[in-house]
Design a protein around this ligand. Structure first.
Ligand SMILES: [Zn+2]
Length: 142
């Protein structure tokens, strides 16, 4: 972790405080290019947008995939975020082609700062109907 990394993380924490002051959940994040320039900033807007997927990291991953060349710019761009990305955001970051993530609070540290929550889980069933379900997929990725 470099001095620059810590300064970008401080900006992410500042964005988290701004989000909280605005009535949203306290999470902030930014994208930094290879030359150290800030490309985009976001904060959590789950409450103000009434959108369960309005996590800052997901929004920035979508921005990067849309606005940056995946082979070059995206791969050398770093996401600095006030908290370790959740599973939803981690998946989107991976698909976006971003070069890396630097976070302040770990998921474990965040959990320690929150009241205990009941474990969540959604029942999933499958696989099923392979012969039918494979038809629209087969050949698509070649
Ligand atoms: Zn997330």
């Amino acid at each position: 972790m470099t001095h620059d990394d810590e300064n970008f993380l401080r900006r992410a924490v500042e964005l988290a405080a701004e989000a909280r002051a605005a009535g949203d959940a306290p999470f902030g994040s930014l994208l930094v290019g290879p030359d150290g320039s800030v490309l985009a900033e976001e904060h959590n807007t789950v409450l103000s947008d009434a959108d369960i997927s309005a996590h800052l990291e997901l929004k920035l991953a979508r921005w990067a995939a849309r606005e940056l060349d995946p082979g070059t710019a995206a791969a050398t761009t770093t996401m600095y975020t006030s908290c370790q990305p959740c599973g939803m955001c981690a998946g989107a970051i991976e698909r976006s082609g971003l070069g890396g993530v630097v976070f302040a609070l770990s998921t474990e540290q965040l959990t320690g700062l929150k009241p205990p929550a009941a474990p969540v889980g959604v029942r999933q069933e499958g696989p099923a109907l392979f012969e039918e379900a494979r038809i629209p997929v087969e050949g698509y990725y070649r």
